[in-house]
Design a protein around this ligand. Structure first.
Ligand SMILES: Cc1ncc(COP(=O)(O)O)c(C=O)c1O
Length: 410
């Protein structure tokens, strides 16, 4: 196929004139293809799927019922712009109830169409060409991608076991710090499962003040906290002066496809976010916002979801430990992050987690997600489909039998 006349017009940020010609396959697409191939090559062997990063259930009944009521009301039909007061008030009440954080719903809270969009827009509020965003790796890359879209640079902070999966803030060179405007954190952390402590967040506040930078803390997984109580960055003294926290209804309320979240914290930063957002979208459907407010008002919903994933993770830790994996119960998220095997006794060796993951899916129909950013690790998600506890137990037995039959070397 010959190039369209506009091939030379594509912006450099997406590849310039080479856009669409690369052969490199994105990690999650590779996994999808490997899954399709494993199913086709081995129809007799059910796929054991620990690769999915989405909740396995629909939104709770109370939320769906509210949506069913609200969808037919004419007053919900229009542009929602920066959001309705009912949702902002519900978000502020939730922050007070769950974390003891007091917020003015009018000025310190703004909804977003899922937290991904907020993380994509926040760099627009601060980043000019040459400015730096500090991002932790492995991690959710969206704020970094948009930093680069604006001509900024990303400086990666690796999350390593020896540092308890916290970034070493003191390792950033002075030259980089001089140009840094944004530090993006994510706790509970995806994929490492690490939770932050108030002491760590206090160090972050001090670091932000000392180097005059803004903190964005991504709390998408906060209601899936197993170690201690869920912790908001904004709970830490001074945090509300240096940053914002981004929340999501996706994980903790089984509302992935509903696309609701909110940004909260420092008033001027929330306002800047709202200004950028106002130029990008016209707000989430009001019926969805009202349903999300009902979800936030009900403390039982996230607790039930948390207990289910806690139970599944506990079983997975036991199962994988019996198969030689070095693992512990994560502090949060629905992911278990564990060192990848180095090879198979009398068989292939794996130079990377990606190679280990490809081997497990191709040869044993076990799907995982590899991470090679800071050591070779596999991510097992417990969002697999299993209708009751007996089905979960069966899946664990099947997993143990398959993994123990391989002879993995660590
Ligand atoms: C760490 C993290 N942040 C943010 C998101 C985005 O979530 P949503 O846009 O559904 O709110 C995800 C989704 O996978 C995530 O894992």
């Amino acid at each position: 196929m010959s190039d369209p006349y506009f091939q030379k017009l594509f912006a450099r940020r997406i590849g310039g004139p080479d856009y669409g010609k690369g052969t490199e396959i994105y990690k999650f697409e590779k996994i999808k293809r490997a899954k399709r191939k494993a199913r086709a090559d081995h129809p007799e062997r059910p796929l054991v799927d620990f690769g999915i990063g989405e909740n396995d259930e629909m939104a709770p009944r109370v939320v769906r019922e509210e949506m069913a009521n609200e969808i037919g009301r004419p007053e919900n039909r229009g542009y929602a712009d920066n959001g309705i007061p009912e949702f902002k008030e519900a978000a502020a009440a939730y922050m007070q109830r769950e974390f003891g954080v007091r917020l003015d719903p009018k000025t310190e809270v703004n909804h977003c169409i899922g937290s991904k969009t907020a993380l994509a827009m926040l760099p627009a509020t601060l980043i000019d060409p040459g400015d730096v965003t500090l991002m932790t790796v492995p991690g959710y890359p969206v704020a970094g991608t948009h930093t680069k879209y604006y001509g900024g640079e990303v400086y990666n902070l690796p999350l390593r076991a020896e540092n308890d999966f916290l970034p070493d803030l003191d390792s950033v060179p002075a030259e980089v710090l001089g140009r840094t405007k944004l530090l993006v954190l994510n706790y509970p952390n995806s994929p490492t499962g690490k939770v932050a402590t108030p002491e760590f967040f206090a160090r972050v506040v001090e670091f932000a003040r000392r180097h005059e930078l803004v903190v964005v803390q991504d709390a998408a997984h906060v209601m899936l906290t197993y170690e201690g109580e869920p912790l908001s960055f904004l709970r830490v003294p001074g945090a509300k002066d240096v940053g914002v926290e981004v929340h999501s209804l996706s994980k903790g309320w089984n509302m992935i496809g509903w696309r609701m979240g909110f940004v909260c914290g420092q008033e001027r930063l929330v306002g800047a976010f709202a200004d950028v957002k106002d130029n990008c979208d016209s707000g989430q459907f009001i019926a969805v916002q009202k349903s999300a407010a009902v979800a936030l008002d009900d403390p039982d919903v996230p607790r039930r979801i948390r207990e289910k994933y806690r139970r599944r993770l506990t079983k997975l830790v036991t199962t994988l430990s019996r198969c030689g994996f070095e693992c512990r119960m994560p502090g949060g998220t629905y992911f278990l992050y564990t060192r990848a095997p180095k090879g198979v006794r009398g068989g292939p060796s794996f130079a990377t987690a990606e190679e280990a993951s490809q081997y497990l899916i191709a040869e044993h129909s076990i799907c995982t997600v590899p991470w090679d950013d800071a050591g070779a690790y596999l991510r097992f998600s417990v969002t697999y489909e299993a209708h009751d506890e007996a089905a979960e137990d069966e899946l664990m037995e099947e997993t143990e039998e398959r993994l123990n039959g391989i002879g993995l070397v660590f």
